[in-house]
Design a protein. Sequence first.
Lengths: 368, 284
Amino acid sequence: MTGTEIARDRKAAVSARALSKTFGQGDYAVTALDSVELDILENEFFTLLGPSGCGKTTLLRLIAGFELPTQGSISLQGQDITDKPPHRRPINTVFQNYALFPHMTVAENIGFGLRMLGKPAAEIKQTTERMLALVQLEAMAGRRTDQLSGGQQQRVALARALAPAPKVLLLDEPLAALDLKLRKNMQLELKSLQAETGITFVFVTHDQEEALTMSDRIAVMKSGKILQIGTPRDIYDRPTHRFVADFIGDINILEGTVEHTDGDLATVRLKDGTRVSAHLGTTAARSGEVSVAIRPENVRLAGAGETPTLTGILENIVYFGAATNLHLRLGTGEEIVIRNPGAVDEGRYQPGATIGAVLQPELIRVLE
Amino acid sequence: MADPTTAMPASTQPRQRRRLVRDLKAMPGFTATAWLCIVTLYLPILVLIAFSFNENRSVVLWTGFSLDWYAKALENDGIRNAAWVSVKIALFATVISTIAATMAALATTRTKAFAGQGLVYGIINQPLMIPEIVTAIATLSLFALVKKVTGLTGIGYLMLAHAAFCIPFAYMPIRARLETMTLTLEQAAADLYAPPLKVFTLVTLPLLGPGIVAGAMLAFVVSLDDVIITLMIAGPGETTLPIYILGAIRRGITPEINAVSTILVAVSVLLVMLLFLVQRRMQR
């Protein structure tokens, strides 16, 4: 399924239209968000991915209502919420540092939202117990939050945000403070929790692997703009921007010129004169100087008697168990990496040897 | 540094810190200096306390133990009245100045940065830098004017004067506490449907508690202890304990004064201990 297919049969939970946010004034103004257009769908696990300072947290804070946009609007299930204060938005947040109330017990923390909504005590108690069970912290109900481990605090923050059954749950790098193993566990738990509750999750992270593992769709952001929105496969296999391709996974990028285009296919002449046909997809780069990209796993060693797409001098062999990376220096000075499954014959492939590489034509992309 | 371990900054950092602490203690004369400071600070108070138990009238010649001076002090109407006036004024000043200081602290930390914020800090804290005698005379002149215009008299003037000069003292710990509290907790409460007033009463105020208690105690002690402004403003029958003691000393010092002073010391030690306990409980 591609991003556009999902969009057709599901309604938008959160929509942003021409959303901009500028901090400061005059010469010191910093544009954190620049005319963002976004539709996050019902029941979706949506991830905002990008390096620090790309505007992903600002976007989250605008959705939560902690900041007001400089321009544009935000709507929730079709209703404009741009000017609503945070306490009038049926949206809850899991904060990066959890922000648990230190003067309340675990149960009081979890029940806080329901209490503010004026729910009867019996319902608060029942829901709190259900939430404690959901995050497996039944035994901790009466504890103070600072007596919990990082992972437990994380779960309390999650339970507290889920208890009032929000329409949308915002998660601001909630796993960043956990150690690797716990983080892996929580990734799976979050994913299954999202499926169980059916609540729309908007997840902010700078960790591309985390984004690929958990998300239904990902928006890759840079300098206050969304570069590409799509499923993890869209983003990984069909990147539209050089930045997106580079930010997620490893990629070979070669410079070239578009000679002509035919539908989705473009014929690109690389610097050394080699012509390759590459997919355009939704990229805006359709003529002139472009970058073409291919993942290392989609480049293979040329077999005996096979005509290689490119030839180069082998500079480095990096073996890491499941695969071996061969780094080739091309005549143009550009580098290309071949990821060969398993080990290679070290007698034949030695640094300094001239090696042929075959690029799988259907997996070459043109990038903006 | 010749130390080869400096090549690994991450692992040597705690070790260096530990060595620094040890170095300070190992410095020649550390113990002697420490004791000298402690003795200079507390010896006069110890002498004062000791002679409050003297059997004799003298405050320099020890003859034997007795509690007579305490009995005398507690029976003395002058002292009892002065103590009551002091407590009354201090309580009023504490309540008013703590409320004002809390509002000022919230306004200077929980709002968007505004033009002239630095000036506001300065204005709130300036009374600490102005010589007290100047504040005293200024207050006196103002009150003289008010009295002339309104014809009102009474202890209210003294109470208001105390409330005013206590504000910067109460403000400091409250603002310090607010600055260590991140806004995230208040945002989390708002995110969980708490309207602004609930955010304040359920999250800000409880967390600010230790700061407010510290500010209030500081204000109380400062008011209890004040001489210069009180001397200027106090009318007849408005003698506070420090003013009474000052008057009594002019007539010659007796262990009765020592006894009253010892009681004051005991009260302030109790207050400090209480403050410590409250803060420790709040921080846990």
